[in-house]
Design a protein around this ligand. Structure first.
Ligand SMILES: *Cc1c(COP(=O)(O)O)cnc(C)c1O
Length: 821
C-alpha cells in the first residue's frame, strides 16, 4: 500500500497499455496485487497477471471474487467476459508493466535512495543501516529480502512523502537482469557488499558477475565498495567512490583481530588521523565485513566518528526469518520478533492465515516505529489488516496501541511495556491458537517468544519453507498442462513435518495428499487440511475412522475391497471415492493385471463406491539399467487402465510416476504424478540435475570439550582413539535422535565453524564425540549434522543407505522449526 494514489488512466499511460477497457475511468489505485490468495484493499488494488511458474491469468476470477476491479493482463490472454464492471489494461509483458509503474512511482520522490547489492549480506546490511540511520531519517526499506525483478518494484512502491530515505536491496542471478532494476531504482548511493560464489551458474566469470552487479550504480553519486571484490580491470560506475577493506589499501582500512578467549572481534582503524577501536560480539568474518560496510556508509553520509562508534556498538545479529515452532498450551508460535513495519506485518499475517491447525489466531503486536503525527492513520490500517486476515485476538504492547485501542474490534488486551505483558502472560490464557509474535526491536519480544515456546531438546531440524516451495514449483514446471499433482506426505512428510507441510501444500493448491496410515490422515484433518487425502494402507479395523474423516482408501486386494464395501452404510449420500492399486512389477501391493475382469465385475456390482483413480508404482524409475523394465511397467499400466475405464464406462485419474519418473519419464505423467522425495530437496537420481534446494538442516550443540592424552580411548568399549593427543567435543545427538550407529568411528562427519570433523568412537544413544583437535571451539558452539555439503545424499552414501532412510529416521524428539526468509 502506498499513500499516493494514481488514476487508472495515468497508469495506462505509464505502463504503455496497448488496449484499454475502462468502465470506471475515475478509479484510483494505491495497492499492487499479483497473488490472488493475498489480496488486501481490493477496491484500490491493481492486479498484475504475472506469468512465472504459475500463470497469473488463471487466477483473474479469484482476484475478481476478492473484490479486485482493475487488471493488467497480457495481450494474448485478454479475457474479460466473466469479470463484468472492471477496468482492463492490456500490455505485452505484465512484469515489465509493473516495473514501469514502480519506476514512475520512484521518480515522484527526490529524497536519497540507497541501493545495496552483492552476493551475501545484502539483507543484513540493509537492516543494520535501517537501525543505524533511523534516529535521523524516516526510512522506507525493502521488506525481508524482497530483492528480485518482482521484489524490487514492490519495495519501491512503498515509498511515500512521509519518508526521507529509501534503502532498497537488489539481487540478480544472471546476466542482463540488473538493467531493469537500475532503471527502476536509480540510486543516489550504491553499496556493494561482497562478491562470492552464489549464482555462479548464471555468469561466465566472477568478473562478469561483478560488472553486472555494479550496473545498478550507473548514475549513483557515490559508490561504496570493498576493492578486494572488484579487480582492477573493472571500471566502477558512479561519480565518486568510497572504499573499505579489512587490511590495507582502502579509504577505510580496518584491522580485525579475533580474540578467542573473549569470543569477539577487535576492530581498529585510522579515520582522518584519529585512531578508532571497537570490540564487537560477532564470531564470524562475514558479520565483520557487513559491519565495516555500514561504517563506510555512515562516513559517506557525514556522520561523526563518536556517533558511528556508539551506534555500531549496538548492532545485534539479525534473523530475518519468520519461524514456526511448537508453543505451550497447544499453540503454534510464529516468531517474527525482530522487526515491525507494515509490509513485514502483512507478510507475517498472510503466513498466519495459512495456518489452520488451531481454532484461534492471536497476534501479539508492539507499537510500530513511526512519527507521532501519523499514529492514528497507521493504526487504522493495521486494524483493517488484522480484521481482513481473520485475527480473533490482539495483545498490544506500547503506548500508541493502547491509545488506539478503540480501533480494534476483536478481543483485545493492551500493555504499556513488554515487562507488563510478561508479568500477565499466564493469566491471558492463550491456548489452542496460532500466535504471531511481531515486535519492533526495542520491545525485546524474543522474551515473549521464549515464554510461549515449548523448550525441548536443543537438537533442531530446521525446515526451510521457501526451499520447499521452490522445489514444488520446480517440479510443477516439468508437468504437462493439466497434469494433477499428488504429494506424498507419508512418514511425517519424509521426517519434515505434518500439518506444517500440508498447510503449505494446501495453500499452493496441490491436488491430493497421500499418507501411509489412517492416523496420519486424521492428524491432518484435525489440523484443518481439507484437500483430498489418500491412505495407502488402511486396515479394515480403521475403515470406520477413515470414513468419519473423509479419507480415501487405496484398495489393493479383493478382500480389502469387500471389507470396505461392507463397512459403507447402504444409504450413503454419494458413492465413496476409492483408489485402485495395480501391481505392474513392483510386487508389493496391488491387483494383478489378470484380475481385470473379476475386478470389473466387483466394482460394477456396487453403487456405494466410485473409482477416483487407478495407479501403480514403479520399481526402479531412478535406475537407468532398468529402464526397459520401467517402460514395460508403464505399458502394462496404460493398457490395464484403458481396459478398466472402458469396462467401467467412466473416467478416472491415472497415475504412476514418482519423483524420479517425473524427471526421467515425461510420457508416464498420465493424469497425475506423485511427488515424494524431490519436494524435500533430494533428487533420487542424477539423470537430470534439477535446481533443487535443500530443505532440512539438522543442527546440535557442544556439551563439553576434553583434552585427550596419547593412548587415551573415547566412549563405549574403548573404540575411539586419536592419533596422539588431541581434543574431543561431546555433542547432543545420538542414535535415539536418528544419528545411526553406523556413523561411528570416523564414518560420519559434522561441521563446526566451517571445519568438517569426524566422529570418534561409537555413537551413543543421546550423544557422540567428535575430533576437534586444532580447532578453536567452545561449549555451546553450533554443530551442523545435516545441511549444505552434508546433504542427505552424502550422509546416506557414507553408511550405505538411501536418503529416504536418513530423512525419515530423524526422531520425533528432535525439535522442528519451520521458517520463511
Ligand atoms: C512413497 C511413494 C511415492 C513417492 O516416491 P518418491 O520416490 O519419494 O517420489 C510414490 N508412490 C507411492 C505408491 C509411494 O509409496
Amino acid at each position: 500500500m502506498s499513500n499516493k494514489v494514481y488514476n487508472i488512466k495515468e497508469i495506462a499511460d505509464v505502463i504503455g497499455a496497448t488496449s484499454i477497457q475502462l468502465v470506471d475511468p475515475a478509479a484510483v489505485i494505491n495497492t499492487l496485487a499479483y497473488d490472488s490468495r493475498k489480496i488486501t484493499n481490493s477496491r484500490q488494488a491493481l492486479f498484475f497477471a504475472l506469468v512465472g511458474r504459475r500463470d497469473g491469468h488463471q487466477f483473474l476470477q479469484e482476484a475478481y471474487r476478492s473484490g479486485v476491479r482493475n487488471f493488467v493482463v497480457h495481450a494474448e490472454a485478454f479475457e474479460i467476459a466473466d469479470c463484468p464492471h472492471s477496468n482492463w489494461l492490456v500490455v505485452p509483458n505484465t512484469l515489465h508493466a509493473l516495473q514501469l509503474l514502480a519506476a514512475y512511482h520512484r521518480r515522484q520522490f527526490d529524497y536519497p535512495v540507497i541501493a545495496i547489492t552483492g552476493s551475501n549480506g545484502k539483507t543484513i546490511v540493509k537492516e543494520w543501516l535501517y537501525q543505524l540511520l533511523s534516529p535521523e531519517y524516516e526510512i522506507v526499506r525493502s521488506p525481508k529480502s524482497y530483492n528480485s525483478q518482482l521484489g524490487v518494484p514492490l519495495s519501491l512502491w512503498q515509498m511515500d512523502a512521509q519518508h526521507n530515505l529509501a534503502i532498497i536491496e537488489a539481487g540478480i542471478s544472471k546476466v542482463g537482469e540488473m538493467e531493469a532494476i537500475e532503471v527502476m531504482v536509480k540510486p543516489t548511493l550504491g553499496v556493494l557488499t561482497n562478491i562470492g560464489h552464489a549464482h555462479d551458474d548464471g555468469f561466465a566469470s566472477i568478473q562478469e558477475k561483478t560488472r553486472e552487479k555494479l550496473r545498478l550504480f550507473s548514475v549513483a553519486d557515490m559508490v561504496v565498495y570493498n576493492p578486494t571484490y572488484v579487480d582492477a580491470t573493472i571500471a566502477v560506475p558512479g561519480r565518486q567512490h568510497f572504499t573499505w577493506t579489512i587490511g590495507e589499501g582502502a579509504t577505510l582500512s580496518v584491522d580485525a583481530h579475533w580474540q578467542a578467549k573473549a569470543q569477539r572481534y577487535v576492530l581498529e582503524a585510522n579515520v582522518e588521523g584519529q585512531a578508532q577501536r571497537l570490540t564487537v560480539p560477532f564470531t564470524d568474518r562475514a558479520s565483520i565485513e557487513n559491519l565495516i560496510c555500514c561504517w563506510a556508509v555512515m562516513l559517506v553520509m557525514g556522520y561523526e566518528m563518536p556517533v558511528i562508534m556508539s551506534r555500531l556498538q549496538t548492532l545485534l545479529p539479525i534473523s530475518m526469518r519468520l519461524e514456526l515452532k511448537k508453543g505451550i498450551n497447544n499453540c503454534s508460535i510464529i516468531d517474527d520478533s525482530y522487526s515491525n513495519d507494515l509490509s513485514s506485518l502483512l507478510i507475517a499475517l498472510d503466513f498466519l492465515k495459512q495456518q489452520r491447525q488451531h481454532p484461534h489466531r492471536t497476534v501479539i503486536l508492539s507499537d510500530l516505529p513511526i512519527a507521532a503525527q501519523d499514529t492514528r492513520a497507521l493504526y487504522v490500517k493495521i486494524a483493517t489488516m488484522l480484521e481482513g486476515k481473520g485475527i480473533d485476538r490482539l495483545v498490544g504492547v506500547g503506548e500508541h496501541l493502547r491509545q488506539q485501542a478503540a480501533l480494534f474490534q476483536m478481543d483485545a488486551q493492551f500493555f504499556d511495556t513488554t515487562e507488563e505483558l510478561l508479568a500477565h502472560l499466564p493469566q491471558l490464557g492463550i491456548q489452542n491458537s496460532t500466535v504471531l509474535i511481531k515486535g519492533s526491536r526495542v520491545f525485546g519480544f524474543e522474551r515473549v517468544s521464549r515464554a510461549l515456546t515449548l523448550q525441548t531438546h536443543e537438537t533442531t531440524l530446521e525446515i526451510n519453507l521457501n526451499a520447499l516451495e521452490h522445489n514444488l514449483n520446480t517440479y510443477k514446471t516439468l508437468l504437462k498442462p493439466g497434469t494433477k499433482l499428488m504429494v506424498m506426505v507419508k512418514a511425517f512428510s519424509y521426517g519434515s513435518g505434518s500439518f506444517e507441510i500440508a498447510n503449505l501444500l494446501q495453500f499452493n493448491k496441490v491436488d491430493y495428499l497421500t499418507v501411509a496410515y489412517v492416523d496420519e490422515g486424521i492428524a491432518l484433518r484435525k489440523s484443518g487440511i481439507t484437500l483430498p487425502i489418500v491412505v495407502m494402507s488402511p486396515g479394515p479395523e480403521t475403515f470406520e475412522q477413515l470414513i468419519a474423516y473423509q479419507l480415501e482408501p487405496e484398495i489393493y486386494s479383493f478382500a480389502e475391497l469387500e471389507a470396505f464395501m461392507s463397512s459403507l452404510s447402504p444409504a450413503g449420500p454419494a458413492p465413496y471415492p476409492i483408489h485402485i492399486k495395480v501391481d505392474t512389477g513392483m510386487h508389493r501391493l496391488g491387483f494383478e493385471p489378470d484380475d481385470l475382469s473379476e475386478l470389473l465385475t466387483k466394482l460394477k456390482s456396487s453403487d456405494k463406491i466410485i473409482v477416483k483413480s487407478v495407479f501403480s508404482h514403479l520399481a526402479a524409475s531412478g535406475s537407468p539399467e532398468h529402464d526397459a523394465f520401467t517402460l514395460e511397467q508403464i505399458g502394462l499400466f496404460d493398457s490395464f487402465t484403458k481396459n478398466l475405464a472402458s469396462g467401467l464406462g467412466y473416467h478416472f485419474v491415472r497415475h504412476i510416476a514418482n519423483t524420479s519418473a517425473i524427471s526421467r519419464f515425461p510420457q508416464a505423467q498420465f493424469d497425475m504424478v506423485r511427488l515424494g522425495i524431490g519436494l524435500y530437496g533430494v533428487s533420487a537420481d542424477d539423470y537430470r540435475a534439477l535446481p533443487l534446494q535443500s530443505v532440512a538442516r539438522l543442527r546440535t550443540g557442544i556439551t563439553q570439550i576434553k583434552r585427550i592424552k596419547e593412548g587415551d580411548t573415547v566412549g563405549y568399549n574403548r573404540k575411539g582413539r586419536l592419533n596422539g593427543e588431541g581434543t574431543i567435543a561431546t555433542v547432543k545427538i545420538g542414535y535415539a535422535d536418528g544419528y545411526s550407529r553406523r556413523f561411528g568411528n570416523g564414518v560420519g562427519k559434522m561441521r563446526i565453524k566451517g571445519h568438517l570433523v569426524p566422529t570418534v568412537g561409537d555413537i551413543c544413544m543421546d550423544m557422540c564425540m567428535l575430533d576437534v583437535t586444532g580447532i578453536d571451539v567452545a561449549v555451546g558452539e553450533e554443530v551442523l549434522v545435516m545441511g549444505d555439503e552434508l546433504s542427505p545424499e552424502y550422509l546416506a552414501k557414507a553408511i550405505g543407505t538411501i536418503p529416504y532412510e536418513i530423512l525419515t529416521g530423524i526422531s520425533q524428539r528432535v525439535r522442528r522449526i519451520y521458517y520463511y526468509e
